[in-house]
Design a protein around this ligand. Structure first.
Ligand code: FES
Ligand code: FES
Length: 159
């Protein structure tokens, strides 16, 4: 049996350590050792975006990203966005536009939208579709997602 090794990294702004085995992926690490369930493994093939996590400022598929690779990295999950008192403006926008049905894909869309708005503060439809092309919604809420992104952009601009 392969031995686990201890890694250190920053998780949602806090320094943490974890024991990982070579075959563990990032979703397993977040769920099993930190009870963070926003990133979900669905397709397991890098195709659906449900497992999106930000590592060193870049979105990665947590299902394909080996846990040991986050040694020394800055890892950000969807759980970092809101507080018990207040949703993040992107989350508010998704709620206000009803941009989900079952909600399974929503954490991935929300996290990617925060990244999108960093790069394109006032995105048009094509930019939104292009940026979110790696996120799939089985409930087909895409029109509402586009509205949610535009509303989130307006909220962001308004401060
Ligand atoms: S579960 Fe990782 S991309 Fe689908
Ligand atoms: S809301 Fe159900 S998969 Fe997107």
């Amino acid at each position: 049996m392969t031995a686990a090794r201890t890694i250190s990294f920053t998780l949602n702004g806090l320094p943490v350590t974890a024991d990982v085995k070579p075959h563990h992926n990032l979703v397993e690490l977040l769920q099993n050792q930190f009870s963070l369930t926003g990133a979900r493994e669905t397709c397991g093939q890098g195709l659906c975006g449900c497992c999106t996590v930000i590592v060193n400022g870049k979105a990665v598929s947590g299902c394909l990203y080996l846990a040991s690779f986050v040694e020394g990295a800055e890892v950000v999950t969807v759980e970092s966005l809101d507080t018990p008192q207040k949703l993040h403006p992107v989350q508010e926008a998704f709620v206000e536009t009803s941009a989900f049905q079952c909600g399974y894909c929503t954490p991935g869309f929300v996290l990617m939208t925060t990244q999108l708005l960093e790069q394109h503060p006032d995105p048009d439809d094509d930019q939104i579709k292009h940026y979110l092309t790696g996120n799939l919604c089985r409930c087909a809420t895409y029109p509402q997602v586009i509205e949610a992104v535009k509303l989130a952009a307006r909220k962001r601009k308004a401060g």
